[in-house]
Ligand binder design. Structure first.
Ligand SMILES: Cc1ncc(COP(=O)(O)O)c(C=O)c1O
Ligand SMILES: N[C@@H](CCCC[NH3+])C(=O)O
Length: 427
């Protein structure tokens, strides 16, 4: 019923994650609730280690910044791809070694550069202008920035346009033809030590060909940099491997990615006589399918469309609203029943676009039922908001037959946090 998702099963009509009954979770922890299988998370990481035994793997923290999940990633030997000083604090707390952290981003402030330099992590430089700013800041701190250059390889990843990042028209990276010149400039700059090249072509990519194409472009650029006398010690191919959101679809595995990119890199590097450290930055393919989101049914409305209104909207799971993404849904308390009715599942937010799923066949639903949205671990909680005065949900980590809270449910006080009323208005 769940294909390769062997952390999910049904017993007596209830959905289980590992050995925990999701109906019990909903009853005891409330809904909406994010629930992660520790076993699946570890297995997904180990799959990357098996496919790429010599590469460093940096978990893309933007996919899921929960500290317990980062702790598991650290225990399993992952580094981190971070995009802000906030994410830097998270990964340092989780114990990820500084030598395996890359500070990415197309719009870093001086404060971000200082945070990266003081923490001693590498920085991915996204533009010629950033290079000059960073060099100045590093010199002011009497420090030296080890940098990679984010390259724009102009490769089409065949994914949703909002999450394609490697096209010429995207805001990310230095145009491929400029990189060798920029690298040369960096070698002359005091305060800067260029050590490699970085790219990331997009997310939820279901075909390995664009990765191979990007690897080829990276090798062409490496050749040009080496010809200028540059030292390329690190090549970072980013993340982006897609997962199987639709039950009848297929997605490549890390081993398929390895088959597509390793020969391209290894052959070219051997030709050039260099042996750089390969880096990958997977997010979604590590954490998405480890996690489900449980949500409670509040209202079933039989109108022009059959609506089922649940307690999670795009404030909890933004992906369907942002990208028309599909998440498979089932009734956690009637998981073995056939679909009898067709429903559009909507949230509690005051917007017509607050639709989590359309035209789903489910058992006849009533108030109090629990729905499970699968594959919710990547860009799920991390994109949740408090819109419409909705406190954000709790998260739990399941291991075999027990679970632990890894993030408390917010209450209304979270909506007040950080706010002040000027005294002149208090009368
Ligand atoms: C620089 C960078 N690395 C890695 C990732 C992770 O991508 P994914 O979650 O698709 O593996 C992203 C997000 O797209 C990214 O921007
Ligand atoms: N947030 C997107 C992925 C963005 C990747 C970050 N560059 C999603 O949910 O699919």
């Amino acid at each position: 019923m769940f294909g390769s998702k062997d952390h999910l099963t049904t017993i007596d009509n209830h959905l289980y994650i590992e050995d925990v009954d999701c109906c019990r979770l909903a009853a005891e922890e409330g809904t909406p609730l994010y629930v992660t299988s520790e076993r699946r998370l570890r297995e997904n990481i180990r799959r990357y280690h098996r496919a790429f035994p010599d590469a460093e793997k940096y978990f893309a923290v933007k996919a899921n910044g929960n500290l317990a999940i980062l702790q598991v990633a650290a225990q399993e030997g992952m580094g981190a791809d971070i995009f802000s000083a906030g994410e830097l604090s998270l990964v340092r707390l989780a114990g990820i070694p500084r030598d395996m952290i890359l500070f990415n981003g197309n719009s870093k402030s001086e404060k971000d550069h200082i945070a990266a330099l003081q923490a001693g992590v590498r920085i991915s430089v996204d533009s010629n202008e950033e290079l000059e700013h960073l060099a100045r800041t590093a010199r002011n701190l009497d420090s030296e920035a080890e940098i990679l250059f984010r390259v724009n390889p102009n490769v089409s990843p065949k994914t949703h346009p909002k999450i394609a990042t490697g096209l010429r028209s995207s805001k990310f990276g230095i145009p491929a033809e400029q990189v060798a010149g920029t690298y040369k400039r960096a070698m002359e700059l005091e305060g800067i030590k260029p050590v490699g090249l970085h790219c990331h072509i997009g997310s939820q990519i279901l075909d390995t060909a664009p990765f191979a194409e990007a690897a080829g472009r990276m090798m062409d650029i490496t050749r040009a940099v080496v010809a200028e006398g540059g030292n390329v010690e690190r090549i970072d191919l980013g993340g982006g491997l897609g997962i199987q959101y639709q039950p009848d679809s297929t997605a490549p595995l890390p081993s398929d990615l390895a088959k597509a990119v390793l020969p391209v890199i290894q052959d070219s590097c051997r030709d050039m006589g260099i042996f750089p450290q390969l880096i990958l930055e997977p997010g979604r393919s590590i954490v998405a399918d480890s996690t489900i989101m449980l949500t409670g049914v509040n209202v079933v409305k039989r109108a022009h469309v059959n609506f089922v209104a649940v307690d999670a909207g795009f404030n909890v799971l933004a992906r369907p609203m942002l990208y028309d993404s599909y998440h498979h849904v089932l009734a956690a308390n009637r998981a073995e029943e056939q679909g009898e009715e067709t429903y559009t599942i909507v949230g509690p937010i005051c917007e017509t676009g607050d639709v989590l799923a359309r035209d789903r066949r489910l058992p006849r639903l009533v108030r109090g039922d629990t729905l499970a949205f699968l594959d919710a671990g990547a860009y799920g909680f991390s994109m949740a908001s408090q819109y419409n005065g909705q406190p954000r949900p709790a998260e739990v980590l399941v291991s075999e037959d027990r679970w632990e809270l890894i993030r408390h449910r917010e209450d209304e006080s979270a909506l007040l946090a950080g706010q002040t009323i000027p005294s002149r208005l208090m009368w």
